[in-house]
Design a protein. Structure first.
Length: 168
């Protein structure tokens, strides 16, 4: 099945933000042999999974709003100067899709988390005749993170709310 690439018009059947040729050029420029060695059908499937991940992971934080109610994907967007100044799709979005597609070739971008996979460690301290025990629960993380994708998507995201900024 041929990959349907969003062209910036709000296609109702779009499946990817990056075309195979754009992803090939991106990975060629960065010297990623794993992408070059993959079959075209595998690359197209990876681009579909990457686009689905981008929409799901960033949907609530994107600036602006969808251009049309009938479009299949979260882009194109309107209502914010940062997302409207480009014609078509922003370069950073297309690059983010290509980066995630490379990772999608080797596995699931958002693997299921097992809620009962946490472990409890206990730390004991003895001072004289008194022993204290403190239990620590090692909870699973929020899943994988993709810093390069976060950087590429940064210009298209709403600013973080000050009350939600974590301090080190």
């Amino acid at each position: 099945m041929s990959l349907i690439v969003e062209d910036g018009s709000g296609l109702a059947d779009a499946e990817s933000y990056a075309s195979l040729s754009r992803a090939d050029a991106h990975h060629d420029a960065f010297g990623n042999p794993a992408w070059a060695d993959a079959a075209a059908a595998d690359k197209e499937a990876a681009l579909r999974r990457a686009t689905r991940y981008l929409d799901g992971a960033y949907r609530q934080r994107l600036r602006g709003r969808r251009k049309t109610a009938g479009q299949a994907l979260e882009w194109p967007r309107v209502g914010d100067a940062a997302v409207e100044r480009d014609t078509g799709l922003p370069r950073g979005l297309v690059q983010a899709a290509a980066e995630l597609a490379l990772r999608a070739l080797s596995g699931d971008l958002a693997p299921d988390q097992q809620p009962d996979s946490s472990t409890v460690d206990e730390q004991r301290t003895t001072v004289g005749p008194i022993t204290t025990a403190i239990g620590f629960r090692d909870t699973p993380g929020r899943g994988p993170s993709y810093p390069v994708v976060d950087q590429l998507m940064g210009p298209f995201l709403k600013p973080a709310r000050p009350d939600r900024v974590r301090r080190a």
